[in-house]
Design a binder for this molecule. Structure first.
Ligand SMILES: [Zn+2]
Length: 150
């Protein structure tokens, strides 16, 4: 009988423990801070009935004042739409009030590479394009076919 009740107590404790790891976590607070909280609860100030209630509300209020973590900075140049005819590059340095960047077409042609935006065969868009491994693969392939690519 004693054994049985012990077992049942154990399983209850275990159950509580499992729940606490799923949905709750613990934080240790300085005793003096907790004493202050206990005083507020004792005096019934603002109707707080438990430490948890007050602490949760205090933290929620604090979280509202903390700015959201900013997104990591995005690269100034980014490529997409790669084909044998060329590649499109998003240039975020050309962002304005209307857009977050400008899309630049860089063309691969038998006579060379061409930036439609800069109207040249040598600019930072082309330089960037030449550093991207997947673009290099296309260029190497077309160069083997006799195209005058850098
Ligand atoms: Zn360019």
């Amino acid at each position: 009988m004693t054994q049985l009740s012990l077992n049942s107590r154990d399983s209850q404790l275990n159950h509580v423990f499992v729940m606490s790891t799923d949905e709750y976590t613990t934080v240790r607070l300085p005793k003096e801070l907790m004493d202050e909280i206990d005083q507020i609860i004792k005096h019934g100030t603002m109707g707080y009935k438990s430490r948890a209630e007050l602490v949760k509300e205090a933290i929620r209020d604090k979280l509202k004042t903390i700015p959201q973590t900013p997104e990591p900075p995005q690269p100034m140049l980014e490529h997409f739409n790669l084909s044998e005819h060329g590649v499109r590059i998003l240039d975020r340095t050309l962002a304005n009030g209307m857009s977050r960047g400008k899309i630049i077409d860089v063309y691969f042609k038998p006579e060379g590479v061409w930036c439609d935006y800069c109207q040249t065969s040598s600019c930072r868009h082309i330089q960037f394009a030449l550093t991207v491994p997947t673009i290099q693969e296309v260029i190497i392939k077309k160069r083997r076919e006799g195209w005058k690519l850098p």
